[in-house]
Design a protein around this ligand. Structure first.
Ligand code: FES
Length: 288
């Protein structure tokens, strides 16, 4: 039986959520098909939750001890730019080639790392970071973070100073794809709106596209805006600070955590290490 997803339209300037009447209904087959608009330079992670259930099992998708990130294109083999690479090892050169088709020179893909859903993004930081911050010249921005109540948490540079591996390696940033709202798997928008345009503006604002998008209730996240924030371990209730990308809109209370990476040769690998008194893996514990 087809599973239905409720999609909210892009909110207006005075509202952060669409009304029920204007929701768009997509069934699961459509959800899987519309996953990625990579040709327009936006990122995709329209992973079916049902599809991921299988690879969350031990031994599925990523073998034990294998730190390489794999593409995940199940159900979108004919539509995603990496459709023919499902469960193949991610290579930076693939992302660079795909980014050349975009006016922002960015690209992204859904993936799986150690059984976890991830989104990997190529941002041409090394090319643009020394140039004026004009539109469509994306680079990573390092900024202060505030929790859901508006309380100052800290600056991401405080974490990077403790371990430089937190900063994206070789223009690649990997993000844990579980929404901080209700733990859906965020992807890029499945309907037309400004959040998925092939466009970048400085400042992490909610306008201008190139956002990671959660299909469930329209939360948006800017993969170029790196901040420190705080969240809670679902199992034991402990609170932790983490490095993440900024929530730019929607009901998600805070941004999504970064999973540090290293590019070894051309291979994208995920890293886990101790920093600030805890493991970076603890940053991923806010969902069941
Ligand atoms: S679960 Fe992502 S916006 Fe609700």
């Amino acid at each position: 039986m087809a599973r239905e997803y409720n999609l909210r339209p892009a909110p207006g300037p005075d509202s952060d959520a669409g009304d029920a009447e204007s929701m768009t209904m997509l069934n699961r087959r459509q959800f899987m098909r519309y996953g990625l608009n990579s040709a327009a330079g936006v990122l995709a992670a329209s992973l079916g939750v049902l599809g991921f259930a299988s690879i969350l099992m031990p031994g599925g998708g990523s073998s034990a001890g294998d730190s390489a990130v794999k593409y995940w294109a199940k159900g979108r083999e004919d539509s995603a730019w990496y459709g023919s690479l499902h469960l193949e090892t991610m290579k930076k050169s693939d992302f660079v080639s795909e980014a050349a088709k975009s006016k922002t020179n960015t690209s992204g893909a859904s993936g799986v790392w150690m059984g976890l859903p991830v989104t990997v993004n190529y941002i041409p930081h090394s090319i643009n970071s020394g140039t004026p911050e004009v539109d469509n010249k994306p680079r990573f921005q390092l900024t202060e973070g505030y929790d859901a109540t508006g309380k100052y948490v800290g600056h991401i540079e405080d974490l990077i100073d403790k371990d430089g591996r937190i900063f994206p390696s070789d223009d690649i940033v990997m993000i844990f794809s579980r929404c901080t709202h209700l733990c859906c798997i965020p992807g890029w928008q499945l309907v037309e709106n400004t959040f998925t345009e092939d466009h970048w503006s400085a400042g992490g604002t909610d306008s201008g596209g190139t956002k990671l998008f959660c299909i469930c209730h329209s939360s948006r996240f800017d993969p170029t805006m790196l901040e420190m924030n705080t969240n809670r371990n679902r199992a034991d209730g402990s609170v932790f600070n983490y490095a993440g990308i900024r929530r730019s809109g929607g009901p998600a209370p805070v941004g999504l955590p970064i999973i540090p990476v290293a590019v070894t040769g051309d291979i994208i690998e995920g890293l886990a290490f101790e920093v600030d008194g805890g493991s970076t893996l603890n940053w991923l514990t806010y969902c069941d």
